[in-house]
Design a protein. Structure first.
Length: 115
């Protein structure tokens, strides 16, 4: 069991590191946010599972499950809200981005403040 916990901690930490490196290395806001939310959420999941296994109590398991559920419900919603707000405010896409589907579809109009 100790080896499984150690592997979960190492892999979870590696995903958290990848998320941090993605935030540093990605060229625009939208890609940075994607890196932080996807890899960061999975890294947190693995670390919480490791904590639940390490402590082994019912309270630790229930707490870990509730935190994982909360994290996976709120992270995508927060990321979507931040991305939409940034897009409305005129945060530019990476200059090498080839397609802006939102601009083409007109689904998200620009705010009057940013025009």
């Amino acid at each position: 069991m100790d080896y499984l916990i150690a592997v979960l901690i190492v892999v979870g930490s590696a995903f958290a590191l990848v998320a941090a490196l993605g935030v540093l290395r990605m060229p625009d806001f939208y890609m940075r946010m994607h890196a932080a939310t996807k890899a960061g959420a999975f890294g947190a999941l693995l670390l919480l599972v490791a904590a639940a296994l390490y402590f082994g109590t019912l309270r630790a398991v229930i707490t870990s499950i509730l935190v994982i559920i909360f994290f996976y419900i709120t992270t995508p919603v927060a990321a979507q809200t931040l991305a939409e707000s940034a897009y409305r405010r005129g945060v530019k896409l990476w200059d090498r981005s080839l397609v802006d589907k939102l601009a083409e579809s007109g689904e998200i109009p620009k705010d009057k403040d940013s025009e």
